[in-house]
Design a protein. Sequence first.
Lengths: 250, 252
Amino acid sequence: MQAIYTAKHGLMAQQQRLDIIASNMANVSTTGYKGQRAGFKDALYTQMIDPSDTESTVNLRQGSGVLAASTYRDFTVGTPVQTGETLDFYLDGDGFFTVQNSAGDILYTRSGAFAVSAEADGQYLVTADGHYVLDDNDDPITLPDDLDRVSVTPDGILEFGGGATAALGLKTFVNRDGLSLTGNGCYAATDASGEAVESTANVKQGFLESSNVDISLEFTNMIRTQRAYSLAGKVLTTWDVMASETNNIR
Amino acid sequence: MLRCFYTAGTGMMVQRDRMDVLANNLTNVETAGYKSDSLISSTFRDMVMERLHDPGIVSTSTIVGALGTGTHIEEVYTAFTQGNIEGTGRLCDLALVGDGFFTVSTPDGDRYTRDGSFAVNSEGYLVTGEGLYVQGENGSIEVGGDGFTVDQAGNVYVGGVLEDQLRLVTFAEPDGLRKDGGNLYAHVQGPGPQAAGDIVVRQGALEGSNVDSAEELTRLLAVRNAYTINQRVLGMVDKSLEKAVNEVGRVG
């Protein structure tokens, strides 16, 4: 009786998909959030034996259900939302801001809602979580005292007035699906994502990127997930009826 | 009388296997490019019944007729009908409309798939979700990132320049394909792959599963009832035998 395990796989796979949908829906208004979706694969097949011809090589393949084998992140650009804030930046195109967390790890984010951190040795540009925003040499960007005069060119050069400039470290990856999400909208590079390469995205000041989650699509997928979940449940209850019939033979 | 036990038993076993196949279809109702299976059963070869010790005829036997001895699984048939096309807007998603398969390279040789939910790996090659290289006419396809375009004929353009053409193949005998899991098919018998002619590639879309959940649920009910019927037959044979053993021979 493979069916009960097959049904279990079905329930588990749809449960994982529902988790992903829940995460997308919870982040429908998170700046720079990128929606995800589950990719399903059919699980292993085994050969059944035809009792009238045990040597038979014809297709008698019995499947064992489904696996949520991979997740695909949708990196399409979210719509810009005007905020008018000097230190809000929007990336138009494929790319990430380079930031550094307190442990010294270099991370990448699409969320350009930056702030100022006043420290003993000067003012630093930081993210909402306090990560340092890095320049194109992976050094933290320092800010002048007068913040009203900060402007940015489309290719990511911050101009502070008086001739001082700093270039935002804008990077991208060959395989963005391979990035690992470390939380708070930050991604870390992995072997699968490859090395960071220069990005050609345009930077706009005074805008933030909205989440690219399409709520109507998520609702549709939620309904489909629920249906697929009940179908697997139906298999399970049917199997249960059949098993109890087996028990009632004698 | 005893033969009935085994006849009803084979019936239950076939329904159990059919249930396993249905369960696989029903759990793969959301799997991209999945093709539904159906189990085909057939009867065991009929036996010829002969009447022995017929007092009317000396030293010969009379053929009474044929007797079936139950049922067994014969073949799992995969229906390669077109699944629904669902737009995703993701450039690495490719859907096939028409008869044919993508070719992917695995350590065990080429495999074939209808699931076009691809990605780009760290070296810039087009791969499946499990990291297997998607094959073009000139081997693995280097697309560099997800900024490539694919036209309806499967030509892959990177930055407007023709890079390669997807190797889309078809099989004269789809029965010679074996499901290998992971949405892949292996070619095990019959004529080898040929270039697919009547096929269109759609970028930014995926082919859904071709499982019709209404049909599968109907079959599920039928299987459950057929299983129950066979179980009842078994029970009745058992009761009859019980009578024969305990009551027919009772004296006084």
